[in-house]
Design a protein around this ligand. Structure first.
Ligand SMILES: Cc1cc2nc3c(=O)[nH]c(=O)nc-3n(C[C@H](O)[C@H](O)[C@H](O)COP(=O)(O)O)c2cc1C
Length: 324
């Protein structure tokens, strides 16, 4: 299996496949199952900023009583100490890297807590920034500052690698990744798959859109990974969204990802499917004569692929301007 090993955030992973943050990484039993079936690392289920701050004031109190109740219960039953214990337990029973995750909407109040996470033995820290720019009086510079302030505060309290899990709705993703790198961030997860709303027309109500991804969602991600990985900076990239097979993982690695996160497919097929995915990657490598992931990682990134933007543009014209 060493053949599948990769370096991510300076950590040794025996496989590029990481089980991404979700309920699948919320108990020691599930984490052990992930390791036993060949996960290269695990990102623990996110702890929320609100839990750390013990605050439910994300909106004026009383405006959404149902949300207030839910949050109050959630905070009570998912204590921060339990999260630290999960990290300690995971480090005790696993040999693979353990990466806790914090889901935040700001850098207010909670960032000092990152030190407790590092002290509990975390190998790195992943930050999922759930920031929606909904204030029309704020411009893109204001939105970007939310990220930069956060990184600055975190860098002051922890020495472990920091990873930012981002969405793809920036006016310039490559600029943001560059800025993250300059501020000492070690990795980016491309991309987060945010909760999205849908409409139930019978009930005339807002409902959650599909929670699980499909394979088709990779198309949003591939181009940006291929672009980001070809930049002259040493930030690591973890691909996330739409990985449902070993072949999907290979695509992201060819585009230049250092590791590949999986979630929906494991909900659908069970954690042991990781074993099958590793086998699929290995079989592909055998067929193509690759002895290590590093031999083919980034082979199709923006820099190495010899048909640059002109090629994409002409393909676009070819398919979308055809008469019939
Ligand atoms: C049920 C469920 C729970 C999730 N919980 C978290 C979470 O706590 N923190 C987080 O950063 N991402 C969370 N995610 C997002 C996943 O980590 C992942 O980024 C996303 O599902 C895209 O990957 P996939 O296409 O392999 O599912 C969750 C996803 C699902 C489906």
């Amino acid at each position: 299996m060493e053949k599948l090993s990769v370096k991510y955030l300076g950590l040794h992973l025996k496989s590029p496949l990481i089980v991404s943050s979700s309920r699948l990484t919320s108990t020691p039993g599930l984490l052990k199952e992930a390791e036993d079936n060949g996960a290269g690392a695990v990102v623990l289920k996110s702890l929320f900023e609100e839990q750390i701050n013990h605050s439910i004031n994300i909106h004026p109190p009383g405006l959404y009583p149902e949300a207030d109740d839910y949050l109050a219960n959630y905070i009570k039953s998912n204590s921060v100490e339990e999260y630290l214990n999960l990290i300690r337990k995971a480090k005790e029973i696993l040999n693979i890297p353990v990466i806790p995750s914090i889901n935040c909407i700001s850098s207010e109040g909670w960032t000092g807590f990152a030190k407790n996470i590092a002290d509990a033995g975390a190998d790195a820290l992943e930050i999922n920034v759930f920031f929606l720019p909904v204030d029309r009086k704020k411009n893109s510079v204001d939105s970007e500052k939310v990220y930069f302030n956060l990184i600055e505060k975190l860098k002051k309290v922890v020495n472990i690698p920091i990873v930012i899990k981002i969405g793809f709705r920036f006016s310039n993703i490559l600029y943001m990744i560059d800025q993250f790198y300059m501020r000492g961030v070690n990795g980016v997860v491309m991309f987060n798959r945010f909760y999205e709303p849908d409409v139930n027309i019978d009930k005339i109500d807002i409902v959650p859109a599909a929670i699980f991804s499909t394979e088709n969602e990779k198309r949003h991600v591939l181009r940006w990974i291929a672009m980001a990985s070809s930049q002259d900076i040493k930030i690591d990239i973890s691909a996330s969204t739409g990985v449902h097979s070993g072949a999907d993982a290979v695509k992201y690695l060819l585009a230049g990802a250092h590791s590949v996160q999986v979630c929906s497919v494991l909900y659908n097929k069970g954690i042991p499917f990781l074993r099958e995915m590793n086998k699929q990657i290995e079989n592909w490598m055998d067929r193509k004569g690759f002895g290590s992931v590093e031999e083919f990682r980034g082979k199709l990134n923006w820099h190495n692929y010899n048909k640059p933007i002109v090629f994409e543009r002409t393909q676009f014209m070819k398919y979308f301007s055809a008469e019939d």
